[in-house]
Design a binder for this molecule. Structure first.
Ligand code: LMR
Length: 397
């Protein structure tokens, strides 16, 4: 009976977005959801995307299903951007990839695969993107957390992280975020990546890497250095990849699930399992966004435009980090805000708890989740003066 169902609270982030929208105040600041905005406060359709979309619409002759793997050119291009040219694992035929509805679809596939591997517990970083926990729990997993962030250094707490990893057992599953960690912006070093890859192989836990901000850290190849080192050291690896942010394709839901198998002979069985999971979940993946990405990545001219736009976005985010950091250090006299400049990508976590973030919202119209995460990529340079005033005021109180 429907009448037996209780009303659930809205997802915290989606609830916050709705509250921001319905806030009648003229001056309000949205630092919540992770979307990039330009200096006009707009999340533009990237011009490489616009261009590819026009070509695609012109050339498209049918809307017929593409099959369980979705767009094969898209999958191959994503394998290439992650693994690089001359990738050994690709040459050895040890990879497989499927188009998925967003990075979330890929996470869902990976967790389902973990379940088929007999895994019952998944470990995530503390903190992590709340939806990791949501998907894991709704897929029936126990969730464990490994320590990750150090508020003192503003970087990864390596000692604590490796200590917690030593408790992860053979037959457990782990999610490790790729570059531009959400919500902290604190990234692993290449040596950490290599050590974690080796550990996963030695202990025998399964790993899924979540790559959702490729290119927003230091560059397309630079951002993948750690991931590639991990793959080199590990055996079987899963990857959930999202094109929402780096192609600005959010609502088109474009993602890719990749697996790198220790043995090429596993590719056929893993592919058949992934096809089976996808068939049960969405039957066939959406085509539009994947076609746009495939068009961009297979055309030298469009790829150049996209890379230039991405690098401009990256530069803008780094500039905003610098600006916000300088203002906050100046206004609070506290050096902790300097860490904003060494952290990467769209997000950082500021030292505000649920009460402080509530106060910021009520008193000053500054919206951020209760975790204190801010979407730096959504800041407006013109507003940083005001926002930093409010943040400093509440920090000092
Ligand atoms: C975010 O973390 O803000 C984004 O990834 C959007 C979302 O769905 O949570």
């Amino acid at each position: 009976k429907f009448s037996s169902l209780s009303i659930l609270p809205p997802d915290a982030l989606l609830g916050l977005m709705a509250a921001y929208k319905s806030d009648p105040r003229e001056t309000k600041y949205d630092l919540s959801v992770g979307v990039y905005r330009d200096s006009n406060g707009v999340t533009p359709v990237m011009s490489a995307v616009k261009n590819a979309e026009l070509r695609y619409l012109n050339d498209q002759t049918t809307k017929v299903y593409e099959g369980p793997r979705g767009n094969a050119d898209f999958c191959d291009s994503i394998e290439n951007v992650i693994l690089g040219d001359n990738s050994l694992v690709r040459e050895e035929g040890r990879t497989l990839s499927f188009t998925t509805p967003g990075g979330c679809g890929a996470l869902y596939v990976g967790m389902n695969l973990m379940s088929r591997l007999g895994i019952s517990k998944i470990w995530v970083s503390s903190p992590t993107w709340p939806n990791h926990i949501n998907i894991a729990k709704s897929s029936g997993f126990d969730v464990g957390e490994y320590r990750y962030a150090s508020s003192e250094t503003g970087g990864v707490d390596r000692e604590a992280m490796f200590e917690d990893f030593s408790q992860i057992k053979k037959g457990d599953g782990v999610i490790i975020q790729g570059p531009c960690h959400n919500p902290t912006g604190m990234d692993l070093s290449v040596d950490d990546w290599r050590a974690l890859g080796q550990l996963s192989k030695d202990v025998g836990f399964a790993v899924m890497l979540d790559i959702a901000y490729h290119g927003l850290g230091e560059g397309l190849d630079e951002d993948m250095e750690g991931v590639r080192a991990f793959i080199e050291a590990a055996d079987d690896v899963m990857i959930a990849y999202s094109c929402s942010k780096n192609f600005g394709l959010y609502r088109e839901r474009v993602g890719c699930f990749l697996a790198i198998c220790e043995e090429a002979s596993s590719v056929a069985s893993v592919s058949s399992q992934v096809a089976d999971v996808s068939r049960a979940a969405w039957s066939m993946p959406p085509a539009h966004g994947a076609a746009i990405v495939a068009t961009i990545l297979s055309n030298n001219g469009l790829r150049e435009i996209w890379e230039a736009e991405l690098s401009q976005m990256r530069g803008r985010i780094q500039g905003l980090r610098q600006e916000l950091s300088e203002k906050l250090v100046l206004k609070t006299g506290n050096e902790t805000f300097q860490h904003l400049t060494t952290q990467k990508g769209m997000f950082s976590q500021l030292p505000f708890d649920a009460e402080a973030t509530h106060h910021l919202r009520e008193a000053y119209g500054v919206y951020m989740p209760a975790s204190g995460r801010v979407n730096i990529a959504g800041l407006d340079s013109k507003e940083i003066e005001h926002i930093s005033d409010y943040l400093a005021r509440v920090f000092i109180e």
